[in-house]
Each structure stands twice: as C-alpha cells, then as structure tokens.
Design a protein around this ligand. Structure first.
Ligand SMILES: Cc1ncc(COP(=O)(O)O)c(C=O)c1O
Length: 442
C-alpha cells in the first residue's frame, strides 16, 4: 500500500489535467490555483513538452555526473547562467529544493575551509519565519520551530534573526530589519559565521513576505563586511514566479549563491539548481580542487532537457510579462475580499500572492491556532472545486493563518475570475462561523 503523508485523508484520484484544471475519476473538476506548491507553472496537459521529453528519453537513459555530459545539459547551464546576476558563473542541477539547500551550504563551507585554512566558519544564520527544506542541513536552518520540534535531536543548531514583517511591523525600515543580522553576527563571532540564507520574497512560511526597500542591499553590505556568504533561496519565489527570472534581481542584489527549484521543469520531473559566483567556484577549484559533493541524480540529463524546453517556452510566450500583468490583476481582485472583516493585507509580487486571516484588523491579532482557520478555508474551497495553499503558525506565539494563491504563469483572466469567485463563495460560507469565533476570541 502506498504511504501517504495524511493517513486519514481521502485523496481525489486525478486522471487528467488541462490548463489550470484537474479532473478526478469521479467526474469532479478542481481549479488548481497553486500548481501544487507553485510547481505546475505551465498548468497541466502539456502535450508539446511531453512529446519533447519522450524524444529526449529515447536518446539515453542515465549518465553519471562525474562521467559524461550532454549537449542539452551544457546548453541549459549556459542559458541559466546568462539569465543570472553577472557575478554568477556556474550552475549545478539537483532534484529538490532541500538537496539544493544542502548543496549550497556545503559549497559555502568548502569555499571557506579553503580560504581560511580552518573549519571554524560553520554557523548559518537564517530568518524566522523562513523555510528551506526537510533534510538535515535544510531543516536546521528552517525558521519554523513547529517543523523542527520533532527532529530537533537530529539537527545541528543554527541561528535565527527575525524576518521583516511589513504587516505587523510596518514602521521598521529595510535597513533597521537588516541590523538584526549584524547584531547576530557580532554576537556569534564573525569568524564563526559561514552564511546568511534568506528567501528574497518569503513564501510558504509566512503567506508571502515582500521585504521593505533597502533590506537585501543592507544585508549584502553586512555579509561583505563580515566575509560571510549570502545565499538567496529562490526555490519558491524565483524562476519567474515574481515576474523576473531571479527574485534577487528585483532588489538589485548579487548573492554568492542562489537556489531555485519548484517549477523549473514545470513539474514534469524533479529539478532544482544551485548557482554559484565566480569567486566561490574559482576558490574551490584553486590548486586543482573539486567540489566534494553530489547525488546520483545531480546534473540529470533528462531533467535538463525538459528544463531547457520549459525555459524556452516561457521566453517564447512572453510569460514573465504575463506573470507581472496577471499578478497585478489578481491582487486587485483579491483586495475585494478584504470586505470580509477577517481578510486583510493582500500582498505579493507577480503571481506569488497571499493574504492574512485575522480576528481583529485593528490590532492584527490572529485567530487561536486551535481554530485551524486556514485549514477550514482550504477544505471548503476544495469542496467547491478550488485548490489553494496555506501558511500557518508563523507568529512568535504560534498563531498565524494566511492563504496563498500561485496560479500557473499562463493563467487566463477567466481562470483568475473563477478562482477569486471560489474564494469569495468559500469565505461567504464560512463568514457566520468566523464572526462567532471573532467575538469569542475578543
Ligand atoms: C523557499 C524554499 N526552499 C526550499 C524548499 C524545499 O524544497 P523541496 O520541498 O523541493 O525539497 C522549499 C519548499 O517549499 C521552499 O519553499
């Protein structure tokens, strides 16, 4: 029997997809407003891509990353690096966001072991909230205490600083938020600090967090001052989701390492990427050194072939401009939902959108977590034929509910209308019980 993460849950059995719609074996149709978790960036039923993928599969089954390469692998690497900030010279392909985060941290570590001749630099600083994955190093730097709790005994302790929060701390400037990083580095000792890992636009751990102006630039200055690597985790916000190939470029920042994943292969196969600066790669290669890390499926030829086609498809159809335009339009429509007394702060960039569910807009107080409000919204929306995503428990007291909307890059205005209508009907359904909850929580 297949092992599902949710033991009690009855999963709809999807037999077909087309555009943003999924069809199950009982005749139900779901509007996939999030592409899983921002992965199916071109929607479903991709006939042309599937044909191209089948063609690539006929050539060769598998090549080990230490033995062979292919023209498509090399071409894809060139194309990705050409789109990246100009300090980036190389890219390594991985399978998931988590293994890309592990790789990024090990890359920084190997570089500094070579540079300093010591193993002292090993502390990674991360934001809270923040999400970087489920494997050892990635979970250790994930700023979600709920996720770390069970596995704490297995994890190497890392350090956290508060992430900017424009909704609950709007008065805090970007520079002031970044100062928390400098204080933490000084407290831990710069000579012991290896890297700062940050999502340029925070995703699933806080229902989208766009940083205030100046934040990432100041972070870059601080990292330079103390000689620590800046790792931008763009697994969720990058590769066009915010309307540009690189989310860090939106803030004019050149990280030492960038990580992308999720929709790079439009969900057809697992694919992620670790981009490294020339300084890092040359540093590691100095004296003939090689990178001491890799997986069986690192630089996977078929994944690269599909990734290359996805990139070309996005470019050929001008989808990044579409993401920017449709994103504005989506947020405008979502803002109408703030007519509900418990819906607030529609936020995001491109088609990376979210909003808060709060018990009191004046104080921005969240609902008690025991209410499981975000879960209720998702469940009711699913019953109405809409698939959405949530963030929960991200505030220091363990509360916090928000809903994420991340439709495919080729979403149509009609599909946007439909997804907002499903949300509106869902919130209307829930309104009487949520009003009662707000009164009892007051
Ligand atoms: C910002 C970020 N980093 C890393 C990861 C881990 O990616 P994966 O689940 O593919 O391992 C995620 C997953 O949601 C993410 O959002």
């Amino acid at each position: 029997m297949l092992f599902h993460r949710r033991f009690e849950h009855r999963y709809p059995r999807i037999v077909r997809g087309q555009g943003a719609s999924l069809h199950d074996d009982e005749g139900n149709v779901y509007l996939d407003a999030v592409g899983g978790a921002g992965v199916a960036i071109l929607g479903h039923g991709l006939e042309e891509l599937a044909t191209q993928a089948a063609e690539s599969m006929r050539h060769v089954s598998y090549l080990h990353g230490t033995q062979f390469t292919t023209p498509e692998l090399e071409a894809y690497g060139e194309r990705l690096v050409a789109l990246a900030p100009d300090n980036i010279s190389h890219v390594l392909l991985m399978g998931s966001g988590s293994d890309a985060v592990e790789t990024a941290i090990k890359l920084a570590y190997q570089f500094y072991v070579g540079k300093t001749g010591t193993r002292r630099k090993r502390k990674v600083i991360a934001t809270q909230p923040g999400y970087h994955g489920a494997t050892g190093l990635a979970l250790a730097v994930t700023g979600k205490p709920r996720d770390r709790l069970l596995f704490q005994g297995l994890l190497h302790e890392q350090c956290f600083v508060p992430a900017p929060d424009g909704y609950r701390r709007p008065e805090e400037s970007g520079e002031a938020c970044a100062e928390a990083l400098e204080r933490k580095i000084l407290e831990e000792g710069p000579e012991d600090c290896l890297a700062f890992i940050v999502e340029p636009v925070i995703g699933a751990s806080m229902g989208i967090g766009v940083p205030p102006p100046g934040y990432l630039q100041r972070v870059r200055e601080i990292c330079d001052r103390h000689d620590i690597a800046l790792i931008c985790d763009e697994v969720m916000c990058g590769f066009g989701r915010c309307g540009e190939w690189f989310a860090s470029s939106l803030f004019d920042v050149k990280p030492d390492i960038i990580i992308q994943g999720k929709g790079m292969a439009a969900g057809l196969v697992p694919l992620s990427a670790v981009y490294a600066s020339r300084t890092l790669v040359e540093g590691i290669h100095r004296d003939g050194g090689n990178f001491a890390h890799g997986f069986t499926f690192t630089n996977h030829a078929l994944s690269a072939a599909i990734g290359l086609r996805v990139l070309e498809h996005v470019e050929r159809h001008g989808l990044l401009a579409h993401v920017r335009r449709q994103g504005e339009s989506l947020r405008e429509r979502l803002r109408e939902l703030t007519a509900f007394s418990w819906v607030d702060d529609v936020r995001g960039l491109g088609l990376f959108c979210g909003f808060e569910l709060v018990a009191d807009k004046a104080t921005r107080r969240a609902f008690p977590r025991s209410v499981k409000l975000a879960e209720r919204v998702l469940q009711r929306a699913m019953a109405r034929g809409g698939n959405f995503y949530f963030s929960i428990g991200y505030l220091p007291d363990g509360t916090g509910d928000s809903i994420l909307v991340m439709p495919p890059y080729n979403v149509t205005p009609a599909e946007l209308d439909q997804l907002v209508a499903i949300l509106r009907d869902t919130l209307t359904d829930l309104d009487p019980e949520v009003q009662a909850l707000s009164r009892s929580a007051a």
